[in-house]
Design a protein around this ligand. Structure first.
Ligand code: OGA
Ligand code: NI
Length: 364
């Protein structure tokens, strides 16, 4: 009897944390045997392939926000932030206060991990019923197309969510680099959170009061070079399930593209900046005023690209739904239902990354 109960709850996803994903081969390792190969499982359907040569919209730039001006409560910069969240869902921040050395160390730690022999990396491999660790997530069917990417996902805050069995603890400097980087990024995210709270009609602590201590998770994406970047996707179109995400990307190599007014445009790297995007949770809390925009990454022929995405999230048990300050039955009717955050995130991890499909269930 007891066994049956346990099995039923596992099938419903209870007791599993955030979700699971089928295990897939490492694309980085496949390419070690044949650097020119593009296995069938990675070749996208025609309609999903990226148009690599499209640079018609080269002149469009993701808005840049000077973080030091926000700290001074500069009205113009705050207005720019508001517009960026409304019209782009993306912005790049400069003068964010994270020392260059900390970002360089984080990138070096990630690179050192991905350069380890496969056998060593495998010691941190995720299990099928886990989303933390080295491998890939969002794989739910043997038939689905795979992204040209290997990743490592680690939860970093609150402290007790760290699962060190997925961390390469014997790799010199890795733990220190992640700890330092995640701590610094948390300071930046606290400031973003305070600004968004005010823009959404509350005081600076509004979101914190409503959502409790935030969770933080870091996804390190390794995109190997590809002989046919026109056939594959580094990361499929998706929006993030977070409140917001801070991305540290390669200083030189383009890869991230965002869907702006139905067109894919490059988020061209600005050295030492961080790319910030609004995630689904802020879209829901803001009652749709701030958009969680679809984005993707493309691969390239010349060099592997690495990126480090830090997701800032509410606590698992927190109910998210449009804030009172963002609903006005006459002019701004409620357009999302309430949902417990862990239910939202489980739903997201139960699907392939597929644009905004996972937000449909909470839309009214
Ligand atoms: C992500 C993501 C983009 C990139 O990890 O959620 O969107 O450029 N990454 O790696
Ligand atoms: Ni993303």
């Amino acid at each position: 009897m007891k066994l049956k109960v346990e099995k039923a709850s596992v099938e419903k996803g209870e007791g599993l944390g955030w979700g699971k994903s089928l295990l897939v081969p490492s694309i980085q390792e496949i390419l070690k045997n044949d650097s020119q190969s593009v296995p069938e499982r990675y070749i996208q359907e025609l309609k999903d392939r990226p148009l690599i040569s499209q640079n018609l919209f080269d002149s469009l730039q993701v808005p840049v926000i000077d973080f030091s001006m926000l700290a001074q409560k500069d009205a113009n910069e705050i207005r720019k932030l508001d517009l960026a969240c409304k019209e782009w869902g993306f912005f790049q921040i400069i003068n964010h206060g994270v020392r260059e050395e900390i970002m360089v160390n984080m990138k070096a730690a990630m690179a050192a991990f991905f350069e380890l022999p496969f056998q060593e990396k495998s010691k941190c491999a995720k299990a099928a019923n886990e989303i933390q660790g080295y491998g890939q997530n969002f794989v739910v069917s043997e038939n689905q197309k795979l992204d040209w990417c290997d990743m490592m996902f680690l939860k970093t805050f609150p402290h007790e969510t760290r699962k060190f069995n997925f961390w390469p603890l014997t790799l010199p400097g890795f733990k220190e680099a992640v700890e330092e980087y995640s701590t610094e990024i948390r300071k930046v995210s606290n400031k973003i959170d305070a600004n968004l709270s005010v823009l959404m009609g509350m005081d600076e602590n509004g979101l914190k009061r409503k959502l409790g201590e935030f969770q933080q998770g870091i996804r390190m994406n390794y995109y190997p070079k590809c002989s046919r970047p026109d056939l594959v996707l580094g990361i499929s179109p998706h929006s993030d399930g977070s409140l917001f995400t801070l991305l540290l990307q390669d200083d030189e190599i383009n890869g991230l593209q965002i869907k702006h007014k139905e067109v894919w445009i490059d988020a061209k790297p600005i050295p030492n900046s961080l790319v910030v995007n609004i995630g689904d949770a802020i879209e829901i809390l803001s009652n749709g005023m701030y958009k969680s925009i679809e984005h993707r990454a493309i691969s390239n022929e010349k060099k592997p690209r690495m990126s480090i995405a830090t997701f800032v999230m509410p606590g698992d048990e927190v109910q998210i739904g449009p804030l009172d300050s963002m609903v006005n039955e006459k002019h701004l009717p409620r357009s999302y239902r309430n949902i417990k955050y862990i239910d939202y995130i489980r739903q997201k991890f139960a699907m392939k990354m597929q644009g905004k499909a996972h937000t449909a269930s909470v839309k009214l």
